[in-house]
Structure formats: C-alpha cells, structure tokens
Design a protein around this ligand. Sequence first.
Ligand code: GLN
Length: 381
Amino acid sequence: MPHRTPRPTACLALADGTLFYGRGFGATGTRTAELCFNTAMTGYQEIMTDPSYAGQIVTFTFPHIGNVGVNPDDDETADPVAEGMVVKWSPTEPSNWRAVERLSDWLARRGRVAIGGIDTRRLTRAIRQQGAPHVALAHDPEGNFDVEALVAAARGFSGLEGLDLAKTVTCAQSYRWNETRWAWPDGFGTQTEPRHKVVAVDYGAKRNILRCLASAGCDVTVLPATATAEDVLALDPDGVFLSNGPGDPAATGAYAVPMIQGVLDKDLPVFGICLGHQMLALALGGKTVKMNHGHHGANHPVKDLETGKVEITSMNHGFAVDAQSLPSGVEETHRSLFDGSNCGIRLSGKPVFSVQHHPEASPGPQDSFYLFERFASSMGR
Ligand SMILES: NC(=O)CC[C@H](N)C(=O)O
C-alpha cells in the first residue's frame, strides 16, 4: 500500500523565509506576531490567557499540550490573549476530571490559531539563535497557502518594540476584587479579614496575582492602566501594586511613570511584578532593554542577592531592566541565574520594590509567594 502523508493544514512562516508545515487546530485564518518559546511543563491554559502574551505566538517546548483540556477555573483573564500556539503533537482527547472542553474547540471559539506536528526543538533553537522572530501562522483546512504572502505578512509585523499594549488589555473600568477563592487551595497565606487597602494598577493583570494579594490580606481595588496619581490617591490606599502586562515597557511608561512618581512622592509602599517592575524601574530613573528571546517558563532560577537563597520561578518577559542603568539609591535585589539579567529592585530604605519574575506562579513554582507577604507587612499589621 502506498503511504500517503496527510496534506498540511497549517503553515508557520518566519520573516527570514523559513517555513514549517503542520496540522492546524483552533480557529482558521492567519495571525501575525512575535514568536517566543515557553518551557513550562504545565499550565498551557494559564499561559494562553496571560495578558502579557498579547502580540505573541507561543511555541510550547513540552510536547504534550492539550491533554488535560481546558476548564472554567484556570483562565488568567476572560479570553486567550496570545495570538496562537505552536506544539509538537496535535492535542489528543482530553483526560482530566476538570476538563469541560477540548483545547482545539476553546481556541476555535475564541479565534486563536494553532499548529501541531512541528519540530519544536528545531524551532526553539532557531529562536534562541536569531532572537524572537516575527511570524505569520495560517490555518486552512483546505491546505491552500500563499507562502510568499505569509512571509511578507511576517515581515510586515511591526514587532513589540515601541508598542503600548497595556492599553489594549487593561480593564475598562475600576472594580473591587471580590473573589472568595484563595490563591492556592493548599493554603498559602489564606486570609479572611483583609487588613490593607491596596490599589492595583492593571496593565494586563493575571487573576492569580489579585488572588495572591487577597490571600496576603489585601482588599484590592483595580484601576485601569491610564489611572493618574490623583485617581490612585483619591482612594486613600495603604499601598499600590503595579501589575504585569504586555508590550514595550518604555511605551507604557509614557503615562505610567508620572503616575508612579506621584505615588512615590506620597511615600506609599509600592510592589510591582514584571511590567510593573519595569515601570517602577523607569519611574526611579532606570532603563529597559529588549532581550534576545526573553524568559518564558516555569523553571527559572533567581537569586535573592540579600539572602543568597535561590528561588525557582515562573517567568514571562521579553524586555528587562538594565541593572547598569539604575541610579544610586536603587538596589538590585534579585538576579537571574540563567543569564545574569536583573530580576528585582528596591528603593533603599523604603518599602518600594518589584520583581521581574512571577511570584503568583500560575503556572509554576510557589517559592516567591513571600513577596506578597513582604508587601502586606510593609503596610503594617
Ligand atoms: N509578563 C510581563 O509583565 C511582561 C512585561 C513586558 N511586556 C515584557 O515582555 O518584558
């Protein structure tokens, strides 16, 4: 019997002309984005719904993606935010008691394209070597691809530099975080009586961050990204939290920096995560830089420079704070043991600090949860 290879139904085109063919799933159509790779072994639903992935397509280096389906509880925001996904094996039938839907149906319903059957090792090596490429990912069940047009679309993608994407994923209006579910059911910092009034500025906040703040005893009011210092201070908070978010920190800094400086003038405790960390660094006079291929995974070792302790952390960033650019009075507190890049800062002698990694995990290890407790205790007991 002659062996017939099924016709490819998806095509991933890199701006340098490299093509990967595979089996499409999820929505049909074409998306352009920057391509990154994520090394986490679990948490594809949390990753796809992390607002910080706006403008990006994610290559999963772990081969078994989709095997636990999707469920109503693991979304980090209402919809997937990453533009699409690239995987080694097309998803099999989900097998998990929490699954309510197949990954492919969920992606299709929410307009996200995906490609399976890809040599993700080769692709990951290419990303590491050349830096995060601009790509076009097309899914067509008929398998008709105009590859020249796809490569041209990939080349036409503007890239993330200079893009303020926080505005596109922030909440439309302020709201109070009133979910009664704690960050982790196994009981980290579960707190029933909130003691600290916190304003969280939403640049694309993951829900588990808000849960962790609540679990550490914070009563959280969330404000849109463009909130001014007056908006924040009008709520008379005990502390201000700056969230994660997508895009180029320098672009979002145009309106975030004056807000943060206004808050710092009032001597309030401030805690930032990821984009929030980058925003705080900019507000304190530092600079951010675009990384070659960034950090995206759940296994990144970070050293606490004060204690010498190493935390295994969850990461998702393509920009970094340039530690050399930090003015005196701003200390580097954490550093990546993968590449030495900056992972944390503190304003000397003040309860003003931030980290590049994700202490809320989701997905990932919970080693860094202490940072939420540090923020809570900086607001008094
Ligand atoms: N997770 C984040 O907040 C990401 C921050 C920023 N957009 C970056 O890519 O570095």
